[in-house]
Ligand binder design. Sequence first.
Ligand code: CA
Ligand code: CA
Length: 87
Amino acid sequence: MDKAIDEVLDMFDTNKDGMIDRSELNAIFEAAEKQHNIKIPKARREEFIRAIDPNGDGVVTRDELVQLYKAVQAAEDDGDEYEYEDE
Ligand SMILES: [Ca+2]
Ligand SMILES: [Ca+2]
């Protein structure tokens, strides 16, 4: 799991200070918009930032990434259980 977090940090933390700040997050949004030729509404961006930066200090630390990763994993585990019920 640590490796996955490091890969995410490595990809998005362009100034290599170990955290993802607002301008780096904006760069991610802009890259996604260009890649998919879409416009991400501001409300959607804010929603995403609230999810990825729960303490709201404007930077995403490694700890916050770990928390997010765990939350995603937990959600995926729940999803699998639901699929089993269907089958
Ligand atoms: Ca950074
Ligand atoms: Ca934070």
